[in-house]
Structure formats: C-alpha cells, structure tokens
Design a protein around this ligand. Structure first.
Ligand SMILES: NC(=O)c1ccc[n+]([C@@H]2O[C@H](COP(=O)([O-])OP(=O)(O)OC[C@H]3O[C@@H](n4cnc5c(N)ncnc54)[C@H](O)[C@@H]3O)[C@@H](O)[C@H]2O)c1
Length: 255
C-alpha cells in the first residue's frame, strides 16, 4: 500500500504572527511554518525580525503594533506576498517591571495598555473588514495570560490589560461568529523569555522562578513550544467549532 504524505495542520494557510522576533512569538512562527503555513514575521525589533526571517525563510515586516498605519501596511504586505490572509496571532506584548501599584508611572501604564490592548483594537479594526469584504472565514488568536484570570500582586495594569484582551476577544467571538471569524485567547503562565525578568521584578534565573513554579501543578513554566502547539491547534480546521475561549497553557496553575 502506498504511504500517504503527511500534510501539515496549517497547509495552505497564511498567518501573521506579531512579536515573532523572539520568545513565544518565535516559537509560534516556527511551529506554523513546520505545519505548512506561510508566515509573516511582524516585530518592532528589526534585528530579531530579520534573523527569524532568514531562519524560517519567511517575510519580515517592521511593525509597531500600536500604530494603525503599520497594521494597514502589514495587511497590504501580506496580500502582496501571499494573496490572502487566514490567521492573525496577536502575540506582541509588554509589561513594566513588577512593582507596588502606587509606584506605577503614567508611562508604564501607557506602554502596557498601548502595546497589549491598542494592538488588539487596531488588528480588529484593520483586518475584520478584509475578512468581511472578501467573505472569508478568519481566525484571531491573542496571547493573553494567566494574569488575566488569576492575577498576582505587583502587575495590576499588566494584568488588567490582559483581562481586557480576554474580554474583547470573547465579545468579538460572539459578534463575528455569524461571519465565521473565530477569536480565541491562549493564556500562558510564566515562561523564560525577554519579559520574564520584568514579571518577576528580578533577574530571570531558575532560583528566582522557583517560587512561581512551585504554584504550577505540572511543576514547570510555559515554553514557546507549549504555546505554539496550542496556537497551532486553535488555528487549524480541527478547532473550527471553537471560539471565545481562554485556553490556559499553564500546567494547571489556574485551577
Ligand atoms: N513570558 C511570560 O512569562 C508570559 C506569560 C504569559 C503571557 N505572556 C505574553 O506572551 C507574549 C509574548 O511575550 P514573550 O514572553 O515571548 O516576550 P518577548 O519579549 O520575548 O517577546 C515579545 C516580542 O514582542 C515584540 N514587541 C514588543 N513591542 C512591540 C510593538 N509595539 N510592536 C511590535 N512588536 C513588539 C518584541 O520585540 C518581542 O519580539 C506577550 O503578549 C506576553 O504578555 C508572556
């Protein structure tokens, strides 16, 4: 009997992954490429974006997700390169350093809300009309956080920004379900990425992560592969009946 060639879960799909120059976003972009998708690497770091673009043989576009004109250019570049768009992973995010809430500055607050919430607003505002005008199904995946569901001290406005991401996502899931546009969140627990030292408020070492990790039943933090596997499933046809969920990728942390 002839062997059937394995077909990737995302074969034929075109995806934008924001913040894919490093951390979880890089893991997501790698997994999507392995699963057969064409991926546009979108990041504010030119250096990291170009490196990943070469590594994955995928187009990079310098993108600041807080700017409408950058989202418009990102959609256009995707259509110019691949002729269509199927999946948007809103992964780019940031935080201020863990600190008492009364010490948070206006700049800390603005950074968090702009990068974490405004990006979701702009992606929806620019890309939903593309799906509707072209009568295409669409898939948005936002990288939210366990911080949205089980907030811990010292990160009030980061946590609140992720809660806004989760609530906006559920709202859009019900609003655009009839148009076959799906919206889901993936909620990682602490990992080891470019942001971890800010979440911890101290250097990202095994010792400094230990207190947090001790609250995770499966006994470790999230890896880029954990987050990428969840995104790959949610982006695939196998998840066609799943919308409006917060998928915790947290080793049981939020139970
Ligand atoms: N690391 C964790 O413990 C953890 C836990 C839960 C959720 N998250 C979320 O995961 C997502 C990815 O973060 P990460 O942990 O991989 O950190 P990271 O710093 O390694 O990656 C974030 C990426 O986003 C990019 N970025 C930042 N601001 C941007 C902007 N304005 N426009 C475009 N790109 C921008 C950065 O250049 C970077 O490549 C974030 O949304 C974060 O909130 C992280």
């Amino acid at each position: 009997m002839a062997a059937t060639a394995a077909v990737g879960r995302l074969e034929g799909k075109v995806a934008i992954v924001t913040g894919s120059g490093s951390g979880f976003g890089l893991g997501i972009a790698k997994k999507f490429v392995q699963e057969g998708a064409k991926v546009i690497i979108a990041d504010i770091s030119q250096e990291n974006g170009e490196r990943v673009s070469t590594e994955l043989n995928s187009k990079f576009l310098y993108t600041d997700v807080t700017r409408r004109d950058n989202w418009e250019a990102l959609l256009q570049a995707t259509l110019d390169e691949h002729g269509k768009l199927d999946i948007i992973v809103n992964n780019a995010g940031t935080t201020y350093r863990n600190k008492p809430t009364e010490d948070v500055t206006d700049a800390d607050f603005d950074l968090c809300t702009n990068v974490n919430i405004r990006s979701i607003f702009l992606s929806a505002s620019v890309i939903i009309p593309y799906f509707i005008q072209n009568n295409r199904p669409g898939c948005f995946i936002q990288i939210s956080s366990t911080a949205a569901l089980r907030p811990r001290p010292g990160l009030t406005w980061y946590n609140a920004s992720k809660a806004a991401v989760s609530t906006a996502t559920k709202t859009m899931a019900v609003e655009y379900g009839p148009k076959k546009i799906r919206f889901n969140c993936v909620c990682p627990v602490v990992g080891s990425t470019g942001l971890t030292h800010l979440f911890l408020g101290k250097p990202d070492t095994v010792e400094n992560r230990a207190a947090f990790v001790s609250t995770i039943p499966l006994g470790r933090g999230s890896t880029p592969a954990d987050v990428a596997n969840a995104c790959s499933f949610l982006a695939s046809e196998e998840a066609e009946f799943i919308t409006g969920v917060d998928l915790e990728v947290d080793g049981g942390r939020c139970v």
